[in-house]
Design a protein around this ligand. Structure first.
Ligand code: OGA
Ligand code: NI
Length: 355
């Protein structure tokens, strides 16, 4: 194992979970086990099968006759859940299907081939694992490839797979599709907050779009590991394409874990910490995690959408006034990310943003 990285911008190298799983072990190595040593992170909150994440229909947001009613639903979804399934979002189903297929085909390549696009030291981009900072840290049951997609000048093309051959073009198209949805969805989110101006949503036109493609192989002891440890996203919003036909993603709602049932053609949208700050805490970035399955592998394609780096990250002026004090600081984009990559893992990142 190498030395500890200076900050969280890079990751120590750990084995591929896919390789581990392909050896069909009966037991999971100790580094992945989460239900021991008196800190059983899996059992902290119970699972509640009776709750369901709300649906938001983008076509109803666009249509003047149905907009008010759907905006009210959107407001409650953002306030009470921080997550919803977005339907009729306008992304062609071929773009979604192609993206899912390309990601699956990439992960099915032999390890040595995937390693052509492996993370390099000092960066999280590329194929590998995320946020491994110490040799004794518990590990997620997850392999991933993380790529900055927009703006185009941020792409590191040497980390973009050339195998399967259609991967790059498919990702280019998909990221443009996601950007269009994000700009309109953020416009409706700000409308549901009662903000009339489009400054926030327009800032996503020049925003950053970073895509993490996750692979969760089958696991011999699924109830003892996590695919991704509970966290909230540091994005503006996050748009997730679930490629499985069984649930793996869970959100924390009123201290209970709730499954997201994959719906063909839907996109799971969740509020990130930047919108939490801009909304002055009216909308919250929800905690979520991924659980894994004994028999089936799962893929997900997760786009973290950030406003333009020129946009300050602070509570919207229109939400602040008499009786409504700002609860978050106003930071530049650079200050926000510097705080994130140098954060104390024992503290909640959102708390470090409070005034
Ligand atoms: C993430 C994430 C969940 C999933 O990548 O930030 O929360 O189901 N992924 O892949
Ligand atoms: Ni996440």
């Amino acid at each position: 194992m190498d030395s500890t990285p200076a900050n969280l911008k890079s990751s120590l190298s750990v084995p591929s979970v896919q390789e581990l799983a392909s050896q069909r072990p009966e037991r999971v190595p100790a580094r992945y086990i989460r239900d021991q040593d008196g800190d059983d992170i899996i059992a902290t909150y119970p699972f509640d099968p009776s709750l369901h994440v709300p649906f938001i229909d983008m076509a109803k947001l666009v249509n003047a006759d149905t907009q008010q009613h759907e905006l009210q639903k959107l407001h409650l979804a953002c306030k009470d859940w921080g997550v919803f399934q977005l339907i009729n979002h306008g992304i062609p189903s071929t773009s979604l299907r192609n993206m899912g297929n390309q990601v699956q085909r990439f992960f099915e390549l032999p390890l040595q081939e995937k390693k052509r696009w492996a993370q390099r030291s000092g960066s999280l981009e590329g194929y590998g694992q995320a946020f491994v900072t110490s040799a004794d840290q518990k590990l997620d049951w997850n392999d991933m490839i993380f790529l900055k997609c927009l703006p185009i000048q941020n792409r590191k093309s040497d980390l973009w797979p050339q195998n399967p051959p259609e991967f790059r073009e498919t990702l280019e198209i998909y990221s443009e599709d996601i950007r269009e949805v994000t700009i309109s969805l953020v416009k409706f989110i700000t409308m549901s907050l009662g903000l009339q101006d489009t400054q926030i949503s327009e800032s996503f036109r020049e925003g950053l779009y970073e895509i993490r493609m996750n692979c969760y192989p089958p696991c011999p002891e699924p109830e003892r590991v996590l695919g991704i440890v509970p966290h909230a996203d540091n994005s503006g919003i996050t748009l997730l394409l679930d490629c499985a036909d069984f649930p793996g993603l869970q959100f924390l709602k009123d201290k209970k874990w709730v499954n997201v049932e994959p719906i063909e053609g839907a996109i799971v949208a969740n509020i990130g910490q930047i919108i939490e700050v801009m909304s002055n805490g009216i909308y919250k970035a929800p905690e979520h995690r991924a659980v894994v399955n004994k028999l089936k592998g799962r893929f997900s394609i997760v786009t973290f959408c950030y406003p333009s780096p020129h946009m300050a990250i602070g509570p919207s002026d229109k939400l602040i006034g008499e009786g409504n004090a700002a609860i978050f600081k106003k930071l530049t984009h650079a200050e926000y990310f510097s705080k994130f990559f140098n954060r104390d893992l024992d503290e909640l990142f959102i708390d470090s943003l409070r005034v």
